[in-house]
Write a new protein. Sequence first.
Length: 114
Amino acid sequence: QVQLVESGGGLVQAGGSLRLSCVHSGSIFGINAMGWYRQAPGKQREWVAVITSDRSGGTTNYADSVKGRFTISRDNAQNTVYLQMNSLKPEDTAVYYCNEGYYWGQGTQVTVSS
């Protein structure tokens, strides 16, 4: 059973940075793509970023709204996926979720004040 545990959320001023972490356990890490999603109050969950499997080269892709500001990466030694978020905006406020296939983490709250 895959488990995903996010951390690193918090309150930050606009223009600031946060790094989210997602620790993976319960299966072999790196064989599947992993992604970050977010859900703001009253809105549907939306995709933010993805990193492909090691076999697929670990390539990354981003939603247009975060491209150039967010970076997704993976540390296979730590079984962890990161989301580095820079130049944060109030509209980035949401609960951020880590995803691998059918599996989701519990989410971590990111609040950006103006």
